[in-house]
Design a protein around this ligand. Structure first.
Ligand code: NAD
Length: 354
């Protein structure tokens, strides 16, 4: 297939593209605005590949997106472009509204115009795959209940509300115009190339440098963690075999409390990096509880039985194995994260010379 991936320079998008190029035969056009979260260095392993191209563009720029789509003539569009950090959405939601809602709307219109121009065989083969989050469902009590594909939407944060809006738009374009769309809602991802503002990389890098490990509230919030490469495999399974008009929940079946995630990182580091930063006796001593995030959801947990039974997908990593791989990756790839921390990863994008 020829697949146009938006947001492919981000955390999940880059994992998806590495998988599409290295493990599959698909052709990829990566369209990314390169916001602070976009990092082409996450794609250095495939950047010169003959089946891969990159174009810098904003999904909300309808004219440019239309030109790119009509020139590339994709069999599928996978939309991962988004503002994705909950804390940033609380500080200011404008970019979230613009990209997640307006951007998705513009992209849907571009896709619809292009899809309408295809012949009937091409039309029935075409897919618009919108990648979303379990945060659209709000939160769950700590009672064993799970989010299913029919759970009502009840988003808590501005981020989740904008993703919920975009999901509704995609379903409406499927129902009203017949655009062959599929939505996936996934739980928290973690793994290599994760931007250091997110919980797991932040804790690894702070611990390595002997800085405090800030944990929101009492740290008892529960997330269902999925290794990013398992998510990438699920997305490819959906684009290849998913049924039009359907929603698939994707989760790792790994419910872990935030405090236990942080303690888990500390104990892996004790083993892999026993030489602690000066003045630190144990990594866990760096844990500090800080004021909770407003509207912080208590628990997310995904029922992913539908994608497992309908499409035969299963996560390969347990949280234990995935967390160890992640910590090892950050220990072995200091160049990547140093260039994110010092800002040099996006100097070219910003036109800054040394
Ligand atoms: P990310 O923030 O790491 O990457 C987002 C990418 O989108 C970046 O490369 C950025 O430059 C690009 N982008 C932002 N605005 C754009 C625009 N207007 N036009 C084109 N490109 C733009 O995000 P991520 O963690 O990789 O998440 C990808 C998608 O998966 C998002 O839609 C997110 O909501 C969803 N999701 C994320 C998680 C998670 O745990 N990270 C879980 C479930 C779903």
């Amino acid at each position: 297939m020829k697949i146009l991936v938006t947001g492919g320079a981000g955390f999940i998008g880059s994992a998806l593209i590495r998988h599409l190029i290295q493990d599959c035969e698909h052709h990829v056009l990566n369209v990314d605005k390169l916001t602070y979260a976009g990092n082409l260095e996450s794609l250095s392993s495939i950047e010169g590949h003959e089946r891969y191209r990159f174009y810098q563009a904003d999904i909300a720029d309808r004219e440019l997106m239309s030109r790119l789509v009509n020139t590339f003539e994709p069999d599928a569009i996978m939309n991962l472009a988004a503002e994705s950090h909950v804390d940033r959405s609380i500080d200011g939601a404008a970019d979230f509204i613009q990209t997640n809602i307006v951007g998705t709307f513009q992209l849907l219109e571009v896709a619809r115009q292009y899809w309408t121009s295809l012949n009937s065989d091409q039309q029935s083969a075409f897919r618009f795959h919108h990648i979303s989050t379990d945060e659209v469902y709000g939160d769950l009590e700590d009672d064993g209940s799970l989010f299913t594909e029919s759970t009502s939407y009840k988003p808590s944060s501005p981020y989740a509300a904008t993703k919920a809006s975009s999901d509704h738009l995609v379903r409406a374009w499927n129902r009203t115009y017949g655009l062959p769309a599929i939505v996936t809602n996934c739980s928290n991802n973690y793994g290599p190339y994760h931007f250091p503002e997110k919980l797991i990389p932040l804790m690894i890098l702070n611990a390595l440098e002997g800085r405090p490990l800030p944990v929101y509230g009492n740290g008892l919030q529960i997330r269902d963690w999925l290794y990013v490469e398992d998510h990438a495999r699920a997305l490819v399974r959906v684009i290849e075999e998913g049924k039009v008009g359907e929603t698939y929940n994707i989760g790792g079946n790994n419910e872990v409390r935030n405090i236990d995630v942080v303690k888990g990182i500390c104990s892996i580091l004790e083993e892999l990096r026993p030489c602690l930063p000066v003045g630190v006796e144990r990594y866990v001593d760096l844990i500090q509880f800080v004021a909770d995030r407003p509207g912080h959801d208590l628990r997310y947990a995904i029922d992913s039985s539908k994608i497992q039974s309908d499409l035969g997908w299963q996560p390969k990593e347990s949280f234990e194995t995935g967390l160890r791989k992640t910590v090892e990756w950050f220990l072995e790839n200091q160049d990547w994260w140093q260039r994110v921390l010092d800002g040099s990863y996006n100097r070219e994008r910003l036109g800054i010379s040394d």
